[in-house]
Design a binder for this molecule. Structure first.
Ligand code: NAP
Length: 281
């Protein structure tokens, strides 16, 4: 039976520290960290994510504003808004909630955010800095995943890590971050052959594919650390990519869904906003 990594509890501890640091910034430097989230359209899941981000900011004393734009908004208007926020000294972090409507070029939007305010860590300059081992803003979900692994008694160095999924926001960066911590990494994806066999070599298995219950016990090496990043809403409840009940019996550690990676992602966003604000001291 594995130990369940309680992402919610770990996130709460980190949020407590962030709250204290935010409070100290206010008293010592009259500086209130500010995050601006831009939400385009009416995607129900995005609305929930944005609401959770607003709530989390409030909880730790970060000033949060949400700019809501119509689904049909012109790309130019969105880019102009980002430019205005780039110039606004009260805004330390800018986040554009993804996905964006099809008529908007996602890359142009990400590239428009000033790298110093890119608290999601998606700007190519920040991705490049991550690659070079000089990141100031590590992307939130991978950063949260690393913290969760660090909470186990196991060290990352020397371990064999398999990451299933190669997206720019989860799979690729988390693989690089594991490599920087001296794991030996394999990145798998939809064209990978013998996936379960490769996954079974992993001391650390990160699953970020978005296919509910895809990974079963046959993918798991006895005692492995299993991080389930997937979130899919099925009949009103959230499901991970891993069959928790059967994998839990074989893994050493496992994250639940919900209550694993999700709370850490938002917490790392708060932390990155604090880092961005502190640059203004
Ligand atoms: P994505 O951009 O859709 O990427 C999915 C990746 O999974 C792709 O690389 C894809 O391979 C791979 N894949 C798909 N089907 C596969 C299969 N059958 N076998 C092996 N690989 C397969 O997704 P994402 O943005 O990385 O997100 C992944 C999941 O994590 C989603 O459920 C998302 O909601 C969740 N997520 C959670 C958090 C959180 O805070 N908990 C944050 C971000 C994302 P190809 O590249 O070959 O297509």
């Amino acid at each position: 039976m594995s130990k369940v990594i309680d992402g919610k509890a770990i996130a709460n501890q980190i949020r407590h520290t962030i709250k204290e640091e935010v409070s100290a910034l206010k008293t010592q430097h009259s500086l209130v960290p500010g995050l601006c989230v831009i939400l385009v359209g009416d995607d129900p899941a995005s609305k929930i994510y944005v609401r959770n981000k607003e709530r989390a900011c409030k909880e730790v004393g970060i000033n949060s504003t949400v700019i809501r734009m119509d689904e049909q908004v012109a790309e130019k208007e969105l880019l102009d808004t980002i430019e205005r926020l780039n110039q606004d000294d009260n805004v330390h972090g800018i986040l554009v909630q993804l996905p964006l409507p099809r008529h908007i070029n996602k890359d142009a939007v990400i590239n428009a955010i000033h790298p110093a305010k890119d608290v999601d860590g998606f700007h190519p300059i920040n991705s490049g800095m991550l690659m070079a081992g000089q990141a100031e803003f590590e992307p939130c979900t991978p950063k949260g995943i690393i913290r969760l692994i660090e909470e186990t008694d196991e060290s990352i160095a020397g371990k064999r890590a398999v990451v299933i999924g190669r997206s720019n926001i989860v799979g690729k960066p988390v693989a690089i971050m594991l490599l920087q911590r001296h794991a030996t990494i394999t990145i798998a994806h939809s064209r990978t052959r013998n996936l379960a066999e490769i996954a079974r070599t992993a001391d650390i298995l990160v699953v970020a594919i978005g296919k509910p219950q895809f990974v079963d016990a046959s993918f798991i090496k006895e005692g492995a650390i299993v991080i389930d990043v997937g979130i899919t809403r099925v009949n009103g409840s959230l499901m991970g990519d891993v069959k928790f009940e059967e994998v839990e019996k074989k893994a050493g550690y496992i994250t639940p869904v919900p209550g694993g990676v999700g709370p850490m992602t938002i917490t790392m966003l708060l932390e990155n906003t604090l880092i961005a604000a502190k640059r203004n001291i």
